[in-house]
Design a protein around this ligand. Structure first.
Ligand code: NAD
Ligand code: ZN
Ligand code: ZN
Length: 378
């Protein structure tokens, strides 16, 4: 490639400060250093975690930054020491690394990677030295990925190689929300055939959880959201019933307990709200119920009576749906190519990166599931 080894000037959406619209700017992206890969991003979507960092988190650090962590692209060039990737490879950058060498990567008990785990700096939500600058200022790379840019540089341990025939404007969703939700059901909860499940929050993450529950053979999948506009998609993707907590005077956990003779076998919180996390736990049956926290927040602690757990419920969380990132992404792309995974239903809008502030508004107001933005031409 003519650009290899050179600084690339390109377009990116820069978040200069929290609670303000992002700005399309020209940025400079440095060449990849040792063990890094420079990627031309072709398509990307907004996940609620981007919104959380921009609009909701109390953390004031981390700006300016280029957000975006659900994207797909093509390798433009590689740094010294990179052997797994070549220019032209189709890839998905991931927030969770898989170095394959550390004790976590070598253990079947977790999908976390100790390398990223020790490196992540919470205050800037990044684990990498940024290769991006704008107007003479270094710009953080949110979650190490920064997919709201025509080009980005990512550590090779956080890049997944995918099927060269995969349509990037679809499989970009596998970079976060889809793996997270689907895997929460099949890997973390280990949903059993014939079981009952409740999924709280029907964004892309919750809808992917519904798909995971269905694939695992759940008999009842109760979809819960305060926005009834989400129920149509939930039904298409496998929900057997839909419940709006606002339609009931009693707590939603009591409503679900009545519907299921004491509580569901598996519940999932896909909202990022500590009250909902508690409700989800209380909605699963004592003795064997399993509740998985999928939504993200660091604003409040969550409190419950210890008796909820003493009674035999299990409470767990998930990062990236329990998938080891490189392996899981490749596996889920294959599932899409084999028509075993429905991504198309999650895409409600197709726009360009220039329209990112409109997409943020749509998501804020619950008007879209995923808007796929085209970034660079292929
Ligand atoms: N654990 C992980 O690895 C991981 C990965 C990706 C995303 N997340 C988190 O998952 C969550 C969902 O992400 P998303 O992109 O699907 O978000 P989204 O904003 O598209 O969807 C959230 C849904 O929750 C619903 N909701 C809000 N309040 C509710 C309530 N009280 N009860 C029931 N439903 C309610 C909204 O109406 C909306 O449909 C976010 O918190 C995100 O940060 C976690
Ligand atoms: Zn995400
Ligand atoms: Zn590792």
């Amino acid at each position: 490639m003519a650009t290899a080894g050179k600084v690339i000037k390109c377009k990116a959406a820069v978040a200069w400060e929290p609670n303000k619209p992002v700005v399309i700017e020209e940025i400079e992206v440095a060449p990849p250093q040792a063990n890094e890969v420079r990627i031309k991003i072709v398509a990307t979507a907004v996940c609620h975690t981007d919104l959380y960092h921009l609009l909701e988190s109390m953390a004031i650090g981390g700006f300016p930054t280029v957000l975006g962590h659900e994207g797909a692209g093509i390798v433009e060039s590689v740094g010294p020491g990179v052997t797994e990737f070549q220019p032209g490879d189709k890839v998905i950058p991931v927030t969770l690394s898989q170095c394959r060498k550390c004790r976590f990567c070598q253990s079947p008990r977790t999908n976390q990677c100790e390398v990223a785990w020790t490196r992540i700096r919470q205050e800037i939500m990044s684990s990498v030295v940024s290769r991006m600058t704008c107007k003479g200022k270094r710009v953080n790379q949110f979650m190490g990925t920064s997919t709201f840019s025509e080009y980005t540089v990512v550590d090779e341990i956080a890049v997944a190689k995918i099927d060269p025939d995969a349509p990037l404007d679809k499989v970009c969703l596998i970079g976060c929300g889809v793996c997270t939700g689907y895997g929460a059901a099949v890997n973390n909860a280990k949903v059993e055939p014939g079981s009952s499940c409740a999924v709280f929050g029907l964004g892309a993450v919750g809808l992917a959880t519904v798909m995971g529950c269905k694939a695992a053979g759940a008999k009842r999948i109760i979809a819960v959201d305060v926005n009834p506009d989400k129920f149509g998609k939930a039904k298409v993707l496998g929900a057997t019933e839909c419940v709006n907590p606002k339609d009931h005077d009693k707590p939603i956990s009591e409503v679900l307990a009545e519907m299921t003779n004491g509580g569901v076998d598996f519940s999932f919180e896909c909202v990022g709200n500590v009250e909902v996390m508690r409700s989800a736990l209380e909605s699963c049956i004592a003795s064997w119920g399993v509740s998985v926290i999928v939504g993200w927040t660091d604003m409040y602690d969550v409190a419950i009576p210890p008796g909820h757990l003493i009674a035999g419920r299990t409470w767990k969380g998930t990062v990236f749906g329990g998938f080891k990132s490189k392996d899981g992404v490749a596996e889920m792309v294959k599932a899409y190519m084999d028509k075993k995974l429905n991504l198309d239903e999650l895409i409600t809008h197709n726009v360009t990166l220039d329209q990112i502030n409109d997409v943020i508004e749509l998501m804020r107001h619950g008007k879209c599931i995923r808007a796929v933005m085209s970034v660079s031409p292929q």
